[in-house]
Design a protein around this ligand. Structure first.
Ligand SMILES: Nc1ncnc2c1ncn2[C@@H]1O[C@H](COP(=O)(O)OP(=O)(O)OP(=O)(O)O)[C@@H](O)[C@H]1O
Ligand SMILES: [Mg+2]
Length: 247
């Protein structure tokens, strides 16, 4: 990554590549197969929803892509780096420069203000621009709330801080695990709009959900069942406008 890479606007780069990725857990005598030979290509700038019921392997898949977990077999490459087989040190720098996670439960530091929570991500990823955190909070519509602590913010506002924190890393791949799970309809729609905007600006965005309604706004829906991809393509009936969603 970086300024030296040639920019190919009309031919997107493959940002995420999984080849026959499986993940097995040994639980006493019974084994669990969380991912079963999953192969997937995601281009730069795609907005993908990974859809599937509880236990279908969605979080496992995100964790593999973000190098928070390692597959039992198969190959993974993200943002130009082969993740499988990489050394610890390489993975450490990969997590800082390639991916950003947005969690269902926000995971903000309760003792830090909105600004400090976002600033933390800027610091960890080696950014030196002191105004970056403030800019990101303005971008998600929280420019006036930067000095507030998480408990002084609504669920939707906290999730927007979490998104600002993910954006502040500057990393090209956004991985969101049920980011609208705890939010009401209107707030959830606003969060999806924000994430879609990020994909339009060139980030690669994967949103995990068990909610089929949410999947309708994606460019592409990857459906998981029992650790397998059972369908991959545009949403049924074509892409819906975010304003058409009901859940
Ligand atoms: N550390 C683990 N040890 C054993 N089994 C695990 C572990 N992590 C996940 N699993 C199992 O792997 C399967 C997939 O789990 P995963 O968390 O990826 O599902 P999910 O689709 O994210 O579900 P949810 O919608 O409930 O979050 C489940 O059957 C789960 O019990
Ligand atoms: Mg999950």
């Amino acid at each position: 990554m970086g300024a030296a890479m040639p920019v190919t606007r009309n031919k997107p780069e493959v940002m995420i590549r999984l080849d026959n990725v499986s993940k097995h857990y040994d639980m006493d005598s019974v084994g669990v197969t969380a991912l079963d030979s999953v192969s997937l290509r995601v281009d730069e700038g795609e907005f993908i929803v990974v859809l599937g019921p509880s236990g279908s392997g969605k979080t496992t898949l995100l964790n593999m892509i973000g190098a928070l977990d390692t597959p039992s077999s198969g190959e993974i490459a993200v943002a130009g780096m082969r993740v499988t087989g990489a050394r610890r040190k390489e993975l450490f720098s990969f997590r800082r420069r390639a991916v950003a996670f947005i969690f269902q439960s926000f995971n903000l530091f309760p003792g830090l203000t909105a600004l400090e929570n976002v600033q933390f991500a800027v610091d960890v990823t080696g950014g030196h621009d002191r105004e970056e955190a403030r800019r990101m909070l303005a971008e998600v519509g929280l420019g006036e709330r930067v000095e507030h602590f998480p408990h002084e913010l609504s669920g939707g506002e906290q999730q927007r801080v979490a998104i600002a924190r993910a954006l502040a890393t500057g990393n090209p791949v956004l991985l969101a695990d049920e980011p609208t799970g705890e939010l009401d309809f209107r707030t959830g729609v606003a969060i999806l709009e924000l994430l879609r905007k990020q994909a339009e600006a060139g980030k690669t965005v994967l949103v995990v959900t068990h909610n089929r309604e949410i999947s309708r706004v994606a460019d592409r829906v990857v459906e998981l069942s029992s650790g397998k991809i059972i369908s991959d393509g545009p949403p049924e009936g074509g892409r819906a406008l975010i304003s058409d969603l009901r859940w």
